[in-house]
Design a protein around this ligand. Structure first.
Ligand SMILES: [Zn+2]
Length: 282
């Protein structure tokens, strides 16, 4: 496993986006690694604090990913990334366990406080060769309406934030939200362009689920270097598994039930990698 800095360099120069697929369990990790290996795409495995807790802890997640890479003979670059770390402590735990990248999300705080907390993570991470992503503005959440919840990133705040913290990538709030869209999606491309021109670090787009392909392409053209996909994998899996159970009412083997969603997950991955342009970039 490597940090995200190396794969970002090539992505920025060649103008494609690295996919971050969020992991939920052992099967997710396996399907994502297999499909990305097949397509020769570098990949960032995103693990939220909730997913880490579900799987047993930071060390468990690191160990599964590390072992899977070995046993499946995965040769593409793989980054293990803490998604939306809510505290310095959480980021330190991930780093100590072997995660190669962390996101510290202190964006609910005012800028000065966001800078202070992020800096603390940066100092710890850089010494250990770990890349750091942070958020400016506020990307909406699953339970909220877009208009009620999003706070667009301010260009000057982004410049100040990157300079003062030393983060290695930035996720500015630009209009996308997490989960499914309930309201109208309004990505601020002008703001995206200005931020891209003003900061030197790679830009990340969260909330990629449900964003139209042409909007994703436009974002990649402007210079988004990483796009996060979580909900779309879960949703595709959910639909496939419900269909399978509906048809196979007597099936009780969890392996067959869980893996009935494998193809659906892999299809989403295939679609995203082709859209982001990261195929054959490993
Ligand atoms: Zn996010």
């Amino acid at each position: 496993m490597i940090n995200s800095n190396e794969i970002f360099k090539k992505a920025v120069i060649e103008k494609y986006a690295i996919p971050q697929f969020n992991i939920t369990n052992l099967e997710w990790i396996k399907y994502i690694l297999e499909k990305c290996e097949e397509l020769k795409s570098p990949v960032i495995l995103g693990a939220s604090e909730g997913a880490i807790k579900y799987m047993g802890g930071y060390n468990v997640v690191y160990s599964i990913v590390n072992a899977m890479i070995k046993d499946l003979n995965i040769r593409i670059p793989v980054v293990l990334h803490l998604d939306h770390g809510t505290s310095v402590d959480s980021c330190k735990k991930a780093i100590d366990a072997g995660f190669t990248s962390v996101m510290i999300d202190s964006s609910k705080n005012i800028l000065e406080e966001n800078i202070r907390i992020t800096k603390e993570v940066v100092e710890y991470a850089l010494k250990r060769n770990v890349s750091i992503e942070a958020e400016v503005g506020s990307i909406g959440g699953i339970e909220d309406n877009i208009s009620a919840n999003i706070r667009y990133a301010d260009v000057n705040e982004c410049i100040k934030f990157v300079e003062e913290t030393g983060v290695t990538s930035l996720a500015p709030a630009l209009g996308t939200v997490h989960g499914f869209y309930k309201g109208e999606l309004n990505i601020d491309f002008e703001r995206m362009k200005k931020i891209k021109e003003s900061v030197k670090v790679p830009l990340v787009l969260h909330g990629g689920t449900g964003v139209n392909d042409y909007l994703i392409k436009e974002s990649v053209n402007i210079g988004i270097s990483k796009i996060n996909i979580d909900t779309e994998l879960k949703s595709a899996w959910n639909e496939a598994v419900r269909n399978f159970i509906g048809v196979n009412k007597t099936e009780y083997d969890p392996r067959k039930i869980i893996s009935s969603g494998e193809e659906a997950i892999k299809n989403v991955i295939d679609k995203k990698i082709n859209l982001f342009g990261s195929k054959n970039k490993a």
